[in-house]
Design a protein around this ligand. Structure first.
Ligand SMILES: Cc1ncc(COP(=O)(O)O)c(C=O)c1O
Length: 381
């Protein structure tokens, strides 16, 4: 029997892929530093090689600094940000548990879906897209149930709103619940203070303000959260994401669990080094300055930012599409004529906003200027 490869004409084999030189100003991934790309291309070592084990330890230590936590259980889950979301939910939720989830965009909605798949009875706390979740809303929801977990999205990438964390965390703790935070878009771009805010479970992604390709999800669990995971009545339904098994791989025992994506860990190691060399404070300041420069330029063009005043994300700007402008056509031209990628609005914001990311390596004044010039040129036409 002929194999498919044997009958494929040599001329039909595609050329090696060569990506165009895009400027990634969408909701992620962001631009990646040359040193991180170089790290990806390093030769492989085995995933239990002593040098790789040392690299794993260094990643854990650097992640603790970036998350501002002393949690022992801090490591990157193999998978994208959604894997981190599932990791937190599958380990902490058992069927029948009551869980409060703040929903003010796509990712709160995704958390509801994931929690329900774990068997939770979910109490949704909703805010209009672009607005934050108010502590008073969480307080009201707590009065209606006995929550095991309260979960919110810190930086809603679908709307550009940054929900303050400390007060909601306090309410959760007073209610005897664990507190779960999505920091996929906030980590590395603005303050994320896991211990100060008493966050019990947190997940993030590598492809936003850490400026690494997508593929790993940094997570951290407090001792309270770990106790809940250890003392579950039922086994965690996901073998792959069971923290009790992963603990032996990422902990001192180094028991084989799965084959870590080695090159991605090289890349994350380098990306975290760059974050720490720059310094968290400097990095946050750079994101803030780029956001302010973008806002000023947009203002001069008569354009605004759609998300709630006072809670606008620096790293994801929901730019209002002017009346009568074809939103999709502008995005298409930015890409085809200027090599700039921006994101579209989702859900109720579809057609109404462009999502302009200023994350990690992308957050540079020259990129802001390049985008403003391109947008001005297209809109003039
Ligand atoms: C806030 C937020 N949470 C979760 C996710 C899911 O992450 P991923 O697409 O890496 O699975 C994203 C992705 O954009 C996000 O922005």
């Amino acid at each position: 029997m002929l194999q498919i490869t044997q009958i494929m004409n040599a001329s039909a084999i595609p050329a090696a892929f060569q990506p165009p030189p895009r400027l990634l100003m969408g909701p992620g991934p962001s631009d990646v530093a040359p040193a991180v790309l170089k790290a990806l291309a390093l030769p492989l070592v085995g995933h239990l090689d002593p040098t790789f084990v040392k690299l794993m330890e260094e990643i854990k230590t650097m992640l603790r600094t970036v998350f501002q936590t002393e949690n022992g259980m801090t490591f990157p889950v193999s998978g994208t940000g959604s894997a981190g979301m599932e990791f937190c939910c599958v380990n902490l939720i058992e069927p029948g548990d009551e869980v409060i989830v703040g929903v003010n965009g796509v990712f709160g909605g995704r958390m509801v879906d994931v929690a329900e798949r774990c068997g939770a009875r979910v109490i949704k706390v909703e805010a209009p897209w672009g607005k934050i979740i108010e502590p008073s809303q969480i307080a009201a929801a707590i009065k209606t149930c006995k929550p095991k977990l309260v979960a919110i999205v810190h930086a809603e990438t679908s709307t550009g709103a940054l929900t303050p964390v400390a007060e909601i965390s306090k309410l959760a703790r007073e209610a005897g619940a664990l507190f779960l935070l999505d920091t996929v878009t906030s980590l590395g771009g603005c303050a994320v203070e896991i211990d100060t805010w008493q966050v019990d479970a947190v997940y993030s992604g590598t492809q936003k303000c850490l400026s690494c390709p997508p593929g790993l999800s940094p997570v951290s669990l407090s001792e309270r959260a770990l106790k809940v995971a250890r003392e579950r009545k039922k086994k965690v339904q996901s073998w792959y994401l069971d923290v009790n098994l992963l603990a032996s791989y990422w902990g001192q025992e180094r028991v084989y669990h799965h084959t870590a994506p080695i090159s991605m860990n090289y890349a994350l190691h380098e990306a975290l080094r760059l974050v720490l060399i720059e310094g968290l404070g400097n990095r946050f300041k750079r994101h803030e300055q780029c956001h302010l420069a973008l806002k000023k330029g947009l203002d001069e063009m008569g354009l605004g930012i759609a998300s709630q005043e006072g809670h606008q994300l620096w790293q994801l700007n929901a730019v209002t599409v002017p009346e009568g402008v074809d939103e999709a056509d502008v995005r298409k031209r930015l890409l085809s004529e200027h090599n700039i990628e921006v994101g579209a609005g989702l859900g109720p914001l579809k057609g109404k906003i462009w999502r302009v990311g200023l994350m990690g390596e992308t957050a540079r004044p020259a990129n802001v200027e390049k985008f403003l010039v391109a947008l001005r040129t297209i809109l003039k036409r």
